[in-house]
Design a protein around this ligand. Structure first.
Ligand code: GEK
Length: 242
């Protein structure tokens, strides 16, 4: 049974900066589904995207895989295509929990779960790269270099899926989207104290940027086009094509 996320219920002060540790790994599916608007659809659509865009005999990368939800959806979507799925996370707790929870499968296209920093990982022969809500945890100054590396490791016709929390330049729009997100968390059972504590824990750990900056960075790296294919309040997913 899925364990409920109550990590930020206590009012212990000061709230420590957020980490992807064992306590987080243990409640992660509940945490991400109740916190990230549109998360279930983002994951479900990765099956469709893999079916449409993955190329035979290529690599597929899931960067910041957590418990492997994106990789599993991709695997289901590949059907008869033969690809290597490489799922990478630098949290030992996440990768270990991910491997422990993985259903035993006999399909082709087995997933390799790798404990590594995605900034060090080589990207090669990739027809699909997914970075779901992970770039936001990478230091700002390293983001362009990372996107360049992803672009360079991709095949022509390859697709990069980038999902992120975003900010808006317009203060009213930014505040409205932020409020809707907070209301969604309350609707999903988080108490006001939990919402406030989590917000404090994520401050300067999760650093969102505007959609404009993301698209500019993708363009700078060389991607031919990038579009928002999914948006829910201040969370978006972009599809960028090489
Ligand atoms: C999902 N994609 O379910 N190298 C490798 N992994 C990293 C790094 C890094 N430098 N920095 C952070 N991570 C998943 C959800 S969660 C998003 C992704 C969230 C990992 C970190 O350990 C965590 O597992 C993941 O990126 C971000 O579709 O919790 O908001």
């Amino acid at each position: 049974m899925r364990k409920k996320d109550t990590l930020y219920r206590s009012s212990d002060a000061p709230v420590k900066p957020f980490e992807f540790n064992q306590r987080v790994a243990a409640v992660f599916p509940d945490m991400i589904e109740r916190s990230v608007p549109g998360y279930p659809l983002t994951i479900a659509m990765l099956s469709v995207i893999a079916n449409e865009y993955a190329q035979d005999n290529s690599n597929i990368y899931d960067l910041g895989c957590s418990l492997g939800a994106a990789s599993l959806a991709i695997q289901q979507g590949l059907k008869d295509k033969v690809c290597n799925i490489i799922a990478i996370d630098n949290s030992e707790a996440m990768i270990n929990t991910c491997i422990d929870n993985m259903p035993q499968h006999r399909q082709q296209n087995k997933i390799s779960f790798v404990l590594d920093d995605l900034r060090q990982t080589e990207i090669i022969n990739a027809s699909l790269v997914v970075m779901n809500f992970t770039l936001q945890f990478i230091p700002l100054v390293e983001r362009q270099m990372l996107i360049n590396k992803i672009f360079q490791g991709m095949l022509r016709g390859g697709v990069f899926i980038l999902s992120e929390k975003i900010t808006f330049d317009d203060a009213v729009e930014n505040n409205t989207m932020d409020q809707l997100h907070q209301h969604m968390k309350a609707m999903n059972g988080y108490e006001q104290l939990e919402i406030a504590n989590k917000r404090q824990a994520l401050d300067k750990v999760l650093v969102p940027e505007s959609i404009w900056l993301h698209q500019q960075r993708l363009h700078n790296a060389g991607f031919a086009q990038s579009f928002i294919w999914l948006q829910c309040f201040n969370f978006v997913s972009l599809i960028a094509t090489k």
